[in-house]
Design a protein around this ligand. Sequence first.
Ligand code: PHE
Ligand code: ZN
Length: 872
Amino acid sequence: MKQEKIFLKDYKSPDFTVDNVNLDFILNEDFCRVISQSQVRKTTPGAPLLLNGEGPKLISIKVDGKALDSSQYELTSEELMVKDVPDQFTLEIETELQPQNNTALEGLYKSNGIFCTQCEAQSFRTITYFWDRPDVMTSYSVTIEADKTKYPVLLSNGDRLKVEDLGNGRHKAYWKDPHKKPCYLFALVAGDLGVIRDTFTTRSGRKVNLEVYAAHGKQDRCHHAMESLKKSMKWDEEAFGLEYDLNDYMIVAIDDFNAGAMENKGLNIFNSRLVLADTASATDTDFFSIESVVAHEYFHNWTGNRVTLRDWFQLSLKEGLTVFRDQEFSGDMTDRGTQRIDDVDGLRAAQFAEDAGTNAHPVRPDSCMSVDNFFTSTIYEKGAEVIRMMQTIVGRKGFRKGMDEYFRRHDGQAVTTEDFAAAISEPNGKDFTQFRRWYSQAGTPTVKVQEAYDASKKEYTLTLEQSCAPTPGQPTKEPFHIPLMVALLDKQGKELPLNAKGVHTNSDGKYIIELREAREVYTFTGMNEKPVLSILREFSAPVTLQWAAAADDLYFLVEKDPDSFNRREMAQKLASDIYSDLIAKARKKEALTVEPRFLKALNALLLDTKASPAFKAKMLQLPSLHVLAQKEAVLDANAFYAARNAFRTAIAKECRQALLDTYRQYHGVETKNHDSKVGAHRRLKNMALGYLAETKDPEILKLASEQYWKAENLTDRMAAMAILAELDSPERTKALDHFYQEWKNDSVVLNKWFTVQATSLRPHTLDEVKALTKHPAFNITNPNNVYSLLRAFGSNLIRFNDPQTDAFKFYADCIIEIDAKNPQVASRLCAAFNFVQKLEPAMKDRALSEIKRIVAVETLSKNSRELLQSAL
Ligand code: PHE
Ligand code: ZN
């Protein structure tokens, strides 16, 4: 078994350039043939030809038309080597594959009778022997030959040249991509698919044909994806001056897909759950996710495809930047303030946990076992924060200038995160040398805030100290360059003009402190009264604040901070402290009472007619259990559960009337409108119902039940079902049975039925999940099924870590079973064990012994092995 690590420091530039490649695919039911013909030039004198290849059966290899016999090359399980090759030659390789038996869903595989590919990161090598590295970019010509009736649609990247009828019931399509690309962006689709079409005219007048493909009969659910695509194309022109560069843009929805979606040049392949949507079959959240993922993949056309990666350690170059771009897009499509809150919530729940755990790694890692494991929230979401900090430092205008420079310098190239940082900093006259530590050092820094006010001198001083705990392989850290957006507020909540050394205004007119040393002191003069500090506004850096602010200041900020992010942040801080107190009391079996001041503030906000429903919904949301688990020293599932129930019930009681009024105000309004504003109204009223239901008041449960049966959209139906799913009553069974009957033939929707049961907090959840794995509708080879049932259960902190049951054993069995078929899907389940170190000794032993059992499996993939081994 291969277990070696690969290192960034071992990077060497390629020894060959490939001028172009021709790929011929001959698709059959029992096997497929792939013939690749490349024009190759040697750039390193004397270098042997080394090609990556894992699995494809080698039929023949020819150099300049002459077949090599097996004495002229060496073939291992990972490489094909030819010692002597001319300086310039034509390389022809023929391989044979069996896509119908490919359960890993990487390379060429079949999903519901459709041939499709997934090559990122390193799966092109399962199709043919090639330079499977992103810095080898070349032009692709592709032909696809297949049965005409079974596979009427034949797609690849770039321009559609022609389709030939071969006369024998088969046909052959010719494609040519005019843009050079690395092989991870290659794609092919062949199948019988429905399609919707539209066009988009770019601002320079190019008419682009847009196509969204899905299974026949599902076309009607593709319109939202199409609208999202058009919005994305327009936005990228307006925000970054970036236009689309081909005549066609295609999106194909596939039911069996390991990830969310893939940005293959001109031919995006999507998990069908991120394409298909209508009122009956998708929630508001689905509508939102589709818009943002369609945008994300579209934005990759420039950030990822036109400018690509030098090597996989640079993954955040495209992912961090593209997540940043899709977040900005979503902010513009919805509401910047609440978008920021959502993005930070996501970052905290997943990335901060990753940074604090045994798999912590830098945004630009310097070693790994499996490149597949790079697709993490650190690379994606923290990577996006790093880009956002650059924007905060140079301001939005300066950032745009830097982006223009990035494309001017690097269009058509394979580059590094350092190249990106240089393109942003240099035109803005900034030095990012220290800033680049955000790429090389893992861990979430802590910023300690201390305040002092001297009334006689009218002086306010702010002392900031930064530190960062060790992470695996990095025992000590150098100070980070941290942009902190700040304001000092007067008694009315107005922002005071700031005048202090070390505080500057960026091009957006925001006050920024650039903390660079381990400790810095800032003195603000002319302060007639003690101001109230608002710091880390808009969450200007991915850090943890350690700030013993006075409760009065926090409540003041909750009410008055003009920065809506911080209003909500301070409410979270208060809620988080209350939560910790409740957990501590629950562990000591003391009575669980909630600070009334907090409850009153929440009630006042609900009654406030000036606050937007979207913002109220954000304020009503308590810190997630995953975020609390990071903060608590011990993960005691029973105490968490008790604290959660006590907190939510206290809110339900204190705010009962306001919650009911909110529910009535927005329930049943514009039920078929999926606009983000209407969606926010719905979110708020469904949250209100969720709180009210905590009291188990029969009248409220009747409301929930009525909402389920009369729902006019899936958002309302699911919200009600989630409430009913927590009950032990016939209402629960009735609703679940009904939902199943309604959607049993539609796996995208039925997955929600799995999730609602897997995330239920009832004590029997584990047994139910076990039973559901045997349900006829559950297919362990379908990634979405696994994610919606098993990964969802793994994220159910309370039931996964319940000492009364044995979820760990069950979960380990699942990981082992799935890993044998599909390592990528299995490795995504491993995160459920992330909190092992926080469990109480007996539980921890149980978890560790299960992890050991998994790792002991000889044939375990390196994906799962890498993630689990670190916990031991
Ligand atoms: N590159 C894809 C994205 O983020 C994610 C992905 C990675 C999809 C690997 C499939 C395989 O847009
Ligand atoms: Zn991406």
